[in-house]
Design a protein around this ligand. Structure first.
Ligand SMILES: [Zn+2]
Ligand SMILES: [Zn+2]
Length: 291
């Protein structure tokens, strides 16, 4: 789909889109995250024109490819916002933007064959690794019953015989989705570790942790000033350190800290403490595709 769209060299609009996209990628490569949507908004005008051409010439494949190419362009703008939020340590906001990026990547990826996905497998891997730096592990997922919905394309009830569209498929450059008009009731809210949508973060167990503790991994990662478009793997090496302030004593002696308890029931257990050593293993850099 991407290849098909960008192969339309005869259309001047496609050339303009290519130039804008190259400029956007070049900015990203140089870690310039300013005006994230500048190029995208300019390109949008050209995308609209190409779509119109596709409709006028009854070329559904081109209309659909235009939709995918536009979403592909969108990814790079979202990524610029993500990394600028990360740089400014707006961690909570950056988490939601990270999910937007992953959604866009998935959206394009499902319509493009594996070997033609360009930077997407790399970016997906990179962002999945970034996810691991966050303290979020549990998410809320609500369950409900949809009582009234319609197809975004024909307006008829989806899953009924009168609607010929399949949810998630492309038709003349538009994706068919279910427009929910009425929800009956929220039956339950489930706690899950790997939901489709990870935006609803549960922070129950984190209440007694300070903000600094919570985002320590991200702070440590940023402090290493690693190039953002380099793949990495984080290893959390747990080691035990000896607290030199606690002198070794007989187990049944009164503890030297003055608590009045026996050493074995007091400071003996604190002689060794857990220490996290964050190790970042660097891997390959991103090969941006220039058209
Ligand atoms: Zn329909
Ligand atoms: Zn003690």
């Amino acid at each position: 789909m991407l290849e098909y769209f960008f192969s339309h060299n005869s259309l001047k609009e496609v050339s303009s889109i290519k130039n804008l996209l190259n400029r956007k990628k070049h900015k990203l490569e140089n870690l310039d995250f300013d005006e994230a949507f500048e190029e995208y908004n300019q390109a949008k005008i050209f995308f609209d024109k190409v779509k119109q051409i596709a409709l006028d010439t009854r070329n559904e494949k081109l209309a659909n490819a235009t939709f995918i190419a536009q979403l592909y362009f969108h990814i790079f703008s979202n990524i610029a916002i993500y990394f600028s939020l990360l740089q400014s340590k707006s961690y909570k906001e950056s988490w939601n933007k990270l999910q937007d990026c992953l959604d866009d990547i998935y959206g394009v990826g499902q319509f493009v064959v594996r070997s033609k996905r360009l930077e997407l497998p790399f970016l997906n891997k990179l962002l999945r690794e970034c996810e691991k730096l966050y303290p979020y592990r549990m998410f809320a997922s609500s369950e409900y019953i949809i009582t009234k919905s319609e197809c975004s394309i024909c307006g008829k009830a989806m899953n009924s015989l009168s609607c010929p569209h399949i949810k998630g498929n492309l038709y003349w450059g538009e994706i068919a989705y279910e427009n929910i008009l009425e929800i009956k009731e929220i039956n339950a809210v489930a706690l899950v570790s790997n939901p489709e949508d990870k935006r609803c973060v549960m922070e129950l167990a984190d209440n007694n942790r300070s903000k600094i503790e919570k985002y320590a991994m991200l702070d440590k990662f940023l402090a290493q000033k690693i190039y953002f478009f380099q793949l990495f793997e984080v290893k959390d090496n747990k080691i035990f350190k000896r607290d030199e302030n606690i002198k070794k004593q007989g187990a049944n002696e009164l503890c030297m800290c003055g608590s009045g308890k026996k050493f074995k029931k007091c400071c003996k257990s604190k002689m060794y403490y857990e220490h996290h050593h964050l190790q970042v293993i660097l891997k390959e850099k991103c090969n941006f595709t220039y058209f």
